[in-house]
Every structure is written in C-alpha cells, then in structure tokens.
Design a protein around this ligand. Structure first.
Ligand SMILES: Nc1nc2c(ncn2[C@@H]2O[C@H](COP(=O)(O)OP(=O)(O)OP(=O)(O)O)[C@@H](O)[C@H]2O)c(=O)[nH]1
Ligand SMILES: [Mg+2]
Length: 332
C-alpha cells in the first residue's frame, strides 16, 4: 500500500516540483480514490512538516463567506503569502447556484498566480465527503501553501467536521432575523474562534453583535481565548484588516498555549483511527473465509437459529483466526 505505483511517479515528480497542474491532478486522484492514492499521499506527507495555516469559513448559505474569503486571500497575497482555497459545496437543492456564484466572485482571485482554488461537491456518502476533503487539505499542505482557506456551509454535522480540520474557524453570520439563535442551534457557537457579523451595512447588525456577545459570555469559562465579534461589510472590504489581525492573534494564542499542537494531535489521532478502521474493514470483507462465515451466519439468523450478535461474534472470531493463521504461515 505504501509503494507508489510506477504509473504515478511522473505525477509525484511534478507535484514535488511545485507544478500546479500536478496538484490539480493529485486532487482528482484522491477524490476518486484511484489506485495508489494512499501511497501517493503517504509519499508527499512523509517529506516533512510543510504545514500551511488553515483558516475555515463557515456559516449559513449566502452569508458572504466567499466574498469574505476572497478579501482575506487578497490580503495574504498582498504580503506574498501563497494561498490554497478549498470550497465545499453541499449538494443541497437550496444552494444549487453556489458553485457558479463562487466562481464568479472568486474570478479576480483565480487569475492571481499565488492562489489555487478548488471547489468540491459533496457526495452522497457523508463519510466519503469528510474523508476526501481532509485528504485534499493534506495535499494543499504538502504542496506548500502558506495559507489554506476552507469554505463550508454550516448546515450539517459533516460541514462542521470539515471545519474542524482548520486551525482557526471563522463563523460568518448576517443580521437577518433569528440568525444568532439559529447559529446556536446549529452548533456553530461551539466551533467559532472568531465571529464575523457580515453585511453590517444592513439593519440589525448591532443587535446581532450584542446577541452573540452575550451568548459567548454564557459559555463555559476556562477557555482564555476571548472570541472576537467583528463587524464586517465584506463587499466593501470593511472590517477585513481587523479580521486578518484577529486571525493572527488567534494563531499566536494557539501557539502560546500549546492548543495548536493539541488540536493537530487530536486531528492526527482521528486520522490514524480512520485509516486503520478502513483497512480493518477491507481486511475483513476481502477474506473468503470471512465471507463464507457471513453467508452461514445470515442463513442462521434468517432461520432463527442465531441472532446477529452470535453471527457477528462468529465473524470476528473468523477474522482473528485467519490473522493468526496467516501470521504463522508468514513465519514459516
Ligand atoms: N449587502 C451586502 N451584501 C454582501 C456583503 N457581502 C456579500 N454580500 C452579497 O451576498 C451574496 C452572497 O455572497 P457570497 O459571498 O456568495 O456568500 P456565501 O456565503 O459564499 O454563499 P454560499 O456559498 O452560496 O453559501 C452576494 O450577492 C454578495 O455580493 C456585504 O457585506 N453586504
Ligand atoms: Mg460561497
């Protein structure tokens, strides 16, 4: 699994040489889980800790996340920091036009040679989405961007999970009625490192800022990062320099307190477990004897002679047996 197939070697060379086209192809390789994708990831990730700072933007549909992300990206580009962008579009009927809209809004940005933008559509399988998005972020990191920006719509658990892959999470809300309450319900309160009240050119911004600020005070003490609530008009770039400063301050806090290392460790643990569990699943169902045991177990359950508990127990027993057997054979 760790050996990169010979066919992928040219792609690996181009990726290492920093060619954009190779990054785009590598992302496709990973998204489609084509043969050798894990070996490819292993190869580029084991080359050292080239880690970009990851900044996530989340919030309700149409809150101005893309507009804001483009502004923040421009600020980084202006100081010669390269930027990778991953925009995740949920395939929800409510945001059918999101991809096209993002393309238009990010157009100016996309012509800058310092930036690389990738949109990903969510798939049917929830786990699939979370997994491949994380891997695309890994690719972005190892390609060597100084900053990796992620946009997700804060609508469901999966989106929250992806946002959890960021070092700093910016939750973008707008003064439309009930947004603050909505945010708390959607679990956005728990994941925010920075709040942005965008579209502050519209009425109700002050009330929302107050609402969020008092909700923050109700949160459990002990966390000594004071979550800022920023007033922003992304369309005009107002409040963007303050946001960039807040992101820096949060980054410094993460490092000072050891929280950055803790978050990355937590992420690493989830990833190792994920990959190990996937490998175990493959190992289980790729084994002929296990599949035979499954068929027998299913019949027995259908006839009322076994329950799924005893049948599953039999399968686990078979997997262990099979491992012991293989190990003994390998040692001969
Ligand atoms: N009035 C006002 N409109 C804004 C502001 N920022 C963005 N918009 C507009 O809000 C609309 C949605 O902006 P986007 O940046 O696409 O929002 P989004 O959150 O990325 O949207 P989705 O990705 O579709 O969820 C666009 O028409 C923007 O021009 C702002 O500060 N004030
Ligand atoms: Mg968007």
């Amino acid at each position: 699994m760790i050996e990169v197939p010979a066919g992928l070697q040219p792609l690996l060379d181009d990726f290492r040489a920093g060619k954009r086209i190779a990054l785009a192809r590598a992302i496709t390789l990973v998204e489609n889980e084509r043969e050798g994708f894990q070996a490819f990831l292993h190869a580029v990730l084991s080359e050292g800790a080239r880690r970009g700072r990851r900044l996530g933007f989340t919030g309700p549909p149409g809150a101005g996340k893309s507009t804001l992300l483009a502004e923040v990206a421009s600020a980084y580009l202006a100081r010669s920091e390269s930027v990778g962008v991953v925009a995740v579009d949920p395939t929800s009927p409510f945001s059918g036009g999101a991809l096209l809209g993002d393309r238009i809004r990010m157009n100016d940005l996309a012509t800058d040679p310092g930036v690389f933008i990738r949109s990903m559509a969510t798939r049917g399988s929830l786990g699939g989405l979370a997994t491949s998005t994380r891997e695309v972020l890994d690719l972005m990191d190892s390609f060597g961007f100084a900053r990796v920006l992620i946009e997700t719509v804060g609508v469901g658990q999966t989106e929250l999970e992806i946002t959890g892959a960021a070092d700093t999470v910016v939750v973008v809300l707008v003064p439309e009625s009930g947004d603050g309450v909505q945010a708390m319900k959607a679990g956005l309160m728990e994941i925010a490192d920075i709040f942005v009240v965008n579209k502050a050119d519209r009425p109700g911004a002050d009330r929302l800022i107050k609402e969020i600020s008092s909700a923050i005070h109700l949160r459990a003490p002990g966390n000594d990062w004071a979550i800022p609530v920023l007033r922003v008009v992304a369309q005009k770039g107002e409040g963007v320099p303050e946001l960039v400063l807040a992101v820096e301050a949060h980054g410094a806090w993460l490092e000072r307190t050891g929280e950055l290392a803790a978050r990355r460790r937590g992420r690493a643990e989830r990833r190792v477990r994920d990959v190990a569990e996937r490998a175990l699943r493959r190992l289980t169902w790729d084994d002929d004897r296990v599949r035979q045991r499954l068929a027998i177990g299913v019949d027995a359950v259908a006839n009322g002679r076994e329950t799924w508990y005893s049948a599953a127990d039999g399968i686990v027993g078979e997997v262990v047996q099979s491992r012991v057997h293989n190990r003994a054979r390998n040692q001969e």
